[in-house]
Design a protein. Structure first.
Lengths: 114, 111
């Protein structure tokens, strides 16, 4: 059974701090790892990672994948109150009837105080 | 921004009623999904479809049913709603890769 574990489960920081969110996984036929941000409504897409060691960056957010150690990190620098959300990690596998399905972690709740 | 729409966004209904949650996408994606998420909990896949006339049960058992008669449309139906069905239902679709785009969700409360 595919498994995705995120840590920490919750994190409280102050504006300006840098945070690192972790995601480890066990999945057969790994295809990709995705990060989503979920506020009060549905998750919104942040990054998709398929190759090890290549950092993806969008503004203050960046993410990298290590396929050997089976984990990914999501970094947020100079955090703002608007970064407060649940961050979801999901892993997709390839091949067979599971193609295109994602397994989600339980999420990390990030709270940024002013 | 992905074009995937869900209606209704919020619904409060009585026990025993039949309800259908609508989901439409305009991206031409073959793959569509329904996830269920209780507040503060993980997303669980309850149904998915790889194309017209293709539907499969997901990882979490659900009493709901789905249909896929048209590529763009993937409705979810509960024949007889119960309080245990109270949850958020998220529809999603994906492109040729694994990037899944979500609708805004339908919050269902059964009283």
């Amino acid at each position: 059974e595919d498994k995705v574990v995120q840590s920490p489960l919750s994190l409280v920081v102050h504006e300006g701090d840098t945070v690192t969110l972790n995601c480890s996984y066990e999945v057969t036929n790994f295809r990709s790892l995705l990060w989503y941000k979920q506020e009060k409504k549905a998750p919104t897409f942040l990054f998709m990672l398929t190759s090890s060691g290549i950092e993806k960056k969008s503004g203050r957010l960046s993410s990298i994948l290590d396929k050997k150690e089976l984990f990914s990190i999501l970094n947020i620098t100079a955090t703002q109150t608007g970064d407060s959300a649940v961050y979801l990690c999901a892993v997709g596998n390839a091949g067979g009837t599971s193609y295109g399905k994602l397994t989600f972690g339980q999420g990390t709740i990030l709270t940024v105080h002013p | 921004e992905a074009d995937i729409y869900q209606t209704p966004r919020y619904l409060v209904i009585g026990t025993g009623k039949k309800i259908t949650l609508e989901c439409s996408q305009t991206m031409g994606h073959d793959k569509m999904y329904w996830y269920q998420q209780d507040p503060g909990m993980e997303l669980h896949l309850i149904h998915y479809s790889y194309g017209v006339n293709s539907t499969e049960k997901g990882d979490l058992s659900s009493e709901s049913t789905v249909s896929r008669i048209r590529t763009e449309h993937f409705p979810l139906t509960l024949e007889s709603a119960r309080p245990s069905h109270t949850s958020q239902y998220l529809c999603a679709s994906s492109d040729l890769g694994n990037t899944i785009y979500f609708g805004e969700g339908s919050w269902l409360t059964v009283v």
